[in-house]
Design a binder for this molecule. Structure first.
Ligand SMILES: Cc1ncc(COP(=O)(O)O)c(C=O)c1O
Length: 452
């Protein structure tokens, strides 16, 4: 048994061990969670999403351990848009996480998994009447309102339904962060949230919420971006939010119980990504909040964060079968049996990934390939210019770090079936989402007259 792979550096091996991942190589075959990738694809087919359950649990434990304060309550709210299914929701329940949902569909699966609704937070910039009604009917505890029209609609719905609900207001703090850069902008043109510096609008919304017998205004929410490495972005965010909270409390006598700082913590997709550990992220945020609260002579009842990617991404792998290969004057293409339908992130954001041939882990990487999918789009490329061993049809290509925003963004473009998802742990595998079939895709085909 050769632990942690022939191609890994000792730093990577240490990091893998630290993160609780169980990625090993046995006779040149990659094993995840003690299960051979060859056996996984024989049993479950390809493309296949594989989640290392122990790695997810390690992230969950780490957040629970480090996002704590003696001065205020804390809650870690998982952003279910990054990846959700009933098995994932059960893990989140087990570790006492909250849940961020953004649609009736995400609410529905949470209810189906018996997720405690007093820990569900409903986000989104354009929730419909039906979705808000569903949230109140299910007993969802907190709605994050995104704009003043939604605020009025929610007041109306709560009055009609006579259902109580907590409300937070999403603000746009003018701090924008993406990957290695963060900027403080005067730019208030985001589609999300109300401008933090638009005091009148915020006061108007709070007044409206407070006028309802059923709504309880809890506090403010912000989310400044994704795949953020520079933690100074969160320092800037905290300073701005606490300054505004101070003003609302002291000048306008408004009670602010909770502050939610959103998610966005960076992960490692390639060797160029150097994310901070969950411990560092949490300790930095907690310390900054404690310091700013103290400096402003304020108390906060509760502080929340909403990580998604940093819990799911690195625990996930996609396995494909290699099909045809083709050489053009400048490119050696290696085609796989999935593509932008199971991973749209390269096409959407030019996202970078690393990969290996999971059945040829020890072999010399002698050929530079461009890995392309099978969809009818020139942009259906997964990874460009990657060194791999000489490939043959039938090899298994593994793409690392596909646990977040891949399955959840999967589509049926070209009528491809969505892949299956398996969780692996301690040498055992279980299917948690079945592979779609062509018959599944015909479920909604009909020919019925509409009475208009
Ligand atoms: C409001 C909100 N919270 C949390 C997240 C999760 O972000 P990440 O997956 O980068 O942690 C998102 C992602 O878009 C978001 O929009």
């Amino acid at each position: 048994m050769n632990y942690c792979g022939l191609n890994q550096t000792s730093n990577e091996i240490n990091r893998a061990a630290e993160k609780g991942t169980h990625k090993t190589v046995n006779n040149g075959i990659l094993e995840i969670g003690g299960v051979s990738c060859e056996k996984l694809v024989s049993a479950c087919g390809t493309p296949l999403f594989v989640y290392d359950e122990a790695a997810i649990e390690e992230q969950l434990r780490s957040y629970k351990e480090h996002f704590r304060s003696d001065n205020f309550e804390t809650e870690i709210i998982y952003a279910s848009k990054s990846f959700t299914c009933i098995a994932m929701l059960q893990l989140l329940k087990k570790y006492g996480f909250g849940l961020d949902v953004v649609s009736g569909g995400e609410l529905h699966i949470a209810a189906h998994a018996d997720f405690p609704m007093d820990h569900v937070y409903f986000h989104g910039n354009n929730k419909t009447w039906d979705e808000l009604e569903l949230a109140l009917n299910l007993g969802c505890k907190t709605i994050i309102v995104d704009n003043d029209m939604e605020c009025r609609m929610l007041v109306d719905i709560a009055e009609r339904m006579k259902k109580p609900v907590n409300v937070m207001i999403r603000v746009n703090p003018g701090v924008t962060a993406h990957t290695h850069k963060y900027i403080i902008t005067g730019d208030m043109d985001s589609k999300f949230g109300v401008a933090l510096n638009d005091e009148n609008l915020i006061l108007g919304m709070i007044g409206l919420l407070q006028s309802s017998r059923y709504l309880s205004f809890e506090g403010l929410h912000a989310h400044i971006g994704s795949q953020i490495f520079d933690l100074r972005a969160y320092d800037a965010l905290i300073e701005r939010m606490i300054k505004r909270i101070k003003k609302l409390i002291t000048e306008h006598k408004i009670e602010i119980k909770a502050l939610d700082l959103g998610g966005g913590f960076g992960v490692r997709y390639t060797e160029d990504d150097k994310p901070k550990s969950i411990r560092e992220v949490c300790q930095r945020i907690i310390a900054k909040c404690e310091a700013e609260l103290k400096a402003n002579d304020l108390c906060l009842h509760k502080l929340m964060i909403e990580p998604g990617r940093s819990i799911a991404a690195e625990a996930g792998y996609t396995l494909y079968r290699v099909g045809f290969m083709k050489r053009t004057p400048n490119v050696s293409y290696l085609f796989v049996d999935g593509g932008m339908t199971d991973n749209i992130r390269k096409a959407l954001y030019d996202a970078l990934y690393e990969c290996d041939l999971a059945n040829k882990m020890g072999l010399k990487k002698s050929v530079k390939y461009t890995v392309a999918g099978k969809c009818c789009e020139s942009g259906d490329i997964l990874i460009e210019n990657v060194m791999l061993p000489e490939a043959e049809p039938g090899d298994i290509l593994v793409v690392y770090g596909t646990g977040a925003y891949c399955y959840s963004m999967a589509s049926n473009y070209n009528r491809l079936n969505k892949p299956a998802v398996v969780f692996v742990k301690d040498g055992k595998a279980r299917i948690v989402i079945k592979r779609e079939s062509y018959t599944d895709q015909l479920r909604f085909e009909t020919d019925k007259e509409v009475i208009v």
